[in-house]
Design a protein around this ligand. Structure first.
Ligand code: CIR
Length: 259
């Protein structure tokens, strides 16, 4: 298997999460204590799956700072530091960049480009980038440029009706996607097999893959069974309170391998 170890960067749930950005959901009260308990359970799951969890210093005044995935995308060769699409989130990447500078050379996305890590789906050497309300064409261009020396194939895909590309599709295995067919056309992903989420479990298209295990939200039993029927090892975790902030499972960590 792989040598080295996995590091998972996470960032605490701030009290200001009650003022988070919302795009497709109505605001409902978020219980910060429950959100923190679920975040703790999530970190325990990461540890159980072999990650060393490292905390980026908390940012109490940045409402969406727990959703650290949007601030950086880490490849073996380089970490791309994003420029989030929401103005309220522009200050988030700096502390993440500082944490990542110990592990990777950094490339920073510059204005006028915007890109959220939630729009970046990496499957082997293929990188799919959602063109969403957060990520623009210039973001895709700069991201492509940052990876140019390393032999990745980058493709931009329009995203409609959900926040990020990874709200609608994630990788469950090297050649297997889990996706919400309402939001994304599976034929966009040439050569890959896919599993569909049922209409009342659309949020479960966002799964977190760690090694040979897939972490799925606990309130998605049909999706869980479909993943297990495909031969995958599945763990579940509670994510309902962070889901009220339009966050999924991938968005609460940045995971990468170190020697
Ligand atoms: C936002 O709208 O930016 C946050 N409330 C949710 C971000 C979720 N990020 C993700 O799924 N990658």
């Amino acid at each position: 298997m792989h040598a080295g170890m996995l590091v998972a960067l996470t960032r605490a749930v701030p009290p200001s999460i009650v003022d988070c950005e919302l795009t497709h959901m109505a605001r409902t009260p978020i219980d910060v204590r429950i959100a923190r308990a679920q975040h703790h359970q999530y970190e325990q799951t990461l540890r159980a799956l072999g990650c060393r969890v490292e905390h980026v210093p908390a940012a109490p005044d940045l409402p969406d700072s727990v959703f650290i995935e949007d601030t950086a995308v880490v490849f073996d060769e380089v970490a791309v530091i994003t420029r989030p699409g929401a103005i309220s989130r522009r200050a988030e990447p700096q502390a993440v960049a500082t944490a990542l500078s110990r592990y990777r050379p950094l490339r920073r996305i510059q204005p006028p480009a915007t890109i959220d890590g939630g729009d970046v789906l990496v499957i082997g050497r293929r990188v799919f980038i959602g063109l969403s309300t957060r990520t623009n064409e210039e973001g895709v261009r700069q991201f492509t440029d940052a990876l140019a020396r390393f032999g990745y194939n980058v493709t931009g895909l329009p995203v409609d009706g959900c926040l990020h590309l990874k709200s609608a599709v994630t990788a469950a295995a090297d050649d297997l996607l889990i996706l919400d067919p309402v939001s994304i056309d599976p034929r966009r992903f040439d050569g890959l097999r896919w599993i569909e989420t049922p209409p009342d479990e659309r949020h479960a298209a966002n799964v977190l893959r760690i090694g040979g295990t897939v972490v799925c939200p606990e309130d998605a039993p049909v999706t869980r069974r479909r993943l297990e029927d495909a031969g995958l090892s599945v763990r579940t975790t509670a994510a309902s309170e962070l889901a009220k902030a339009e966050g999924g499972l991938t968005c609460c960590s940045v995971i990468f391998r170190i020697p």
